[in-house]
Design a protein around this ligand. Sequence first.
Ligand SMILES: C[S@@+](CC[C@H](N)C(=O)[O-])C[C@H]1O[C@@H](n2cnc3c(N)ncnc32)[C@H](O)[C@@H]1O
Length: 401
Amino acid sequence: MENICKSPHPLLKMAEIEGRGRGLVSTQPLKPGQVILKDSPLLLYSASPLVTSNQQHKNTFCSNCYRVILQSPVSCPWCTSSFFCTSNCQSIALSSSHTPWICQSLNHLRNSLSSHNLIVDQQIQARFLISAYNLAVVSPSSFRVLLSLQGDPSFVSEKDVLLLHSLVATCPSANLGEFGFSKELTAALLAKDKVNAFGLMEPFAPDRERGVRAYGIYPMASFFNHDCLPNACRFEYVDTDVNNRSNTDIIVRVIHDVPEGREICLSYFPVNFKYSERQQRLKEDYGFTCNCDRCVVEANWSDQEDDAMDKDGEESEEEEDEEMEEDVDVDNEVNVNGEMEERDQDFPHAYFFLRYMCNRENCWGTLAPLPPDASPSTVMECNVCGNLSKSDELMVGAGDH
Ligand SMILES: C[S@@+](CC[C@H](N)C(=O)[O-])C[C@H]1O[C@@H](n2cnc3c(N)ncnc32)[C@H](O)[C@@H]1O
């Protein structure tokens, strides 16, 4: 790891990592649960299609902070599609994320969509483009940061670029400032969105699939590379008022002890995905083949072994019985800091699943200890369902099922 670029946060430094581009590396030893980053979005856009038959869905969230609106909404002065939770949110949005140009453009797209036949994903990409071109005008410095993020235009389908660019070109003309409006810029923006956007998820509910409420581009979190056994995970607190933090901020905490100089990685999707699904997702959505420790082990598994670890992260009973013995060994090899010793590397995920994967039904979140005080917390928090559990209770529970 060389070529340190700049420090995005005191606990992290950016480094060029062989085969991965830029990444974030710890500047000092990190404690389990330690907060290493709080990041606010450069740009946010709704994950709802432009045209939806579900009127309720359309009106439920504030178009500025994406909180669910519980009281009478404050309307947009110009359109009937955007609402705000307070007049303060309305006032912020009218000069940033819901300017007159955005409002007119989204209305124009809604009215012309029938002639373009866009699928839902393309409608959401159109929303992104409108927000990104607006950012170029309202905050050129933020737009420059967006342009500095990774994203190879050749990774986006030429057909999508042409379709979306021609669609945005029909929007009311805008003062696009120093960056202009071109097919090349549209392709570059779509590429940045593809590999850097984080989904701001709906709060967990056990009885329904968890949807994406909005997408955000986060200037610092965009530098975390992926690992299928991550050493950090991201928390969002959508619709909660914990410490008055912004509804759309993301917080990254380390899962276990991390020594100085170690790369910090997130998993770009739930850790229970099996090998073939992970590789396919990473290739198609992010353009790389993962060679992390877990993938190196699982690449040698037979199809049956891979299938045995099904999408739910649950193993067949037979497999589970065999592994209970191995789990005991693995557990014995964990050092006092909760780190795995070298010997575990041939089966690293068994320990990870036991200790750091939520065992609540249909959750599959990752657990990290609460932020440490003088010493590490023994309370683990799930980054999907928010469940809090004592770490030793969790070990018993996970081993039991
Ligand atoms: C969100 S960006 C991460 C930061 C990026 N490396 C950079 O230089 O700005 C995602 C991109 O990083 C690269 N990447 C992330 N994790 C990787 C990994 N484990 N192996 C190889 N490339 C990776 C891929 O190009 C991916 O599309």
